[in-house]
Design a protein around this ligand. Structure first.
Ligand code: SF4
Length: 261
């Protein structure tokens, strides 16, 4: 039987930054259904970086690095857009290695996450703005209000489905001018209400720095400054004051990953 294909943007054999406190082989899959104007992977998200590779070719690359890493972490773009070959990849890696399996998703495809769930050890979900504020979410992800409203209910569903995974990580990037301290506190409040008493899993909330990488297509965001680490810390400390059900971290280029609680 011929191997199915993945549309791949690239991979890094050993990464220290893609799974919280883990070492991963990180695979970037092409294409995304969101259009975040500040996206640092916009070439990947728009399919401008892509190679059609048999799943078996990717399996070989992961196997070669397996003794150096703990996880196979798949990100993008949006990895759930390639559910069938992605599932095949995970099944093969589970069969051939002891690696833990992980995805980073924008949360838009709860059915795909449900299907992958029995295989996954770690899920990172991007919560890009308060789910209670469709206008803001729509600005942050670059889609129309009506599309965004549909996606918001799917993201909430993905969060519910993902409460079963052993290690669940939520990530919010504080893009200056798009997200305020209050927005992140609203996200934390939503997470507390959703997670509280409903999971025995390890849950972490990582508040991330926006970095104006060259890959950002929209010039306005390329010209912004990084979110200052002291602002991230201040937000993380305020989040930690009321967080009961999850660990709280912030991540910046200057300070790496810092745990607050
Ligand atoms: S969801 Fe992620 S990959 Fe997709 S456009 Fe937004 S930031 Fe980029």
């Amino acid at each position: 039987m011929t191997s199915p294909y993945l549309i791949v943007a690239g991979w890094r054999e050993v990464s220290l930054v893609d799974v919280l406190e883990g070492v991963s082989f990180t695979l970037w899959l092409s294409y995304c259904n969101f259009r975040c104007p500040w996206c640092s992977n916009s070439k990947i998200a728009r399919g401008l970086l892509k190679k059609r590779l048999p799943v078996d070719r990717v399996v070989e690359a992961v196997k070669a690095a397996a003794s150096f890493v703990d996880y196979l972490h798949v990100t993008g773009g949006e990895p759930t857009l390639q559910l069938k070959p992605l599932k095949k990849l995970f099944l093969k890696i589970r069969e051939l290695t002891n690696l833990s399996l992980s995805i980073n998703t924008n949360g838009s495809n709860p059915l795909a996450v449900k299907e992958l769930l029995p295989l996954l050890d770690h899920i990172a979900i991007d919560i890009k703005a308060p789910l209670t504020d469709p206008y803001k979410y729509s600005n942050v992800i670059g889609l129309s209000l009506s599309e965004t409203k549909e996606y918001i209910s799917k993201i909430a569903e993905t969060v519910n489905v993902s409460l079963q995974v052993p290690f669940l990580e939520f990530r919010t990037t504080v893009v200056p001018g798009l997200l305020t301290v209050d927005d992140v506190l609203k996200i934390a409040d939503y997470l507390e209400k959703t997670v509280s008493k409903r999971t025995k899993s390890r849950v972490a909330f990582v508040i991330q720095q926006f970095i104006p990488y060259n890959g950002i297509l929209v010039e306005r965001y390329r010209k912004l400054k990084r979110t200052p680490p002291d602002i991230l810390k201040e937000i993380a400390v305020r989040v930690a004051e009321s967080a009961r059900s999850f660990e709280v971290y912030y991540r910046s280029l200057e300070e790496g990953v810092q745990k607050i609680k």
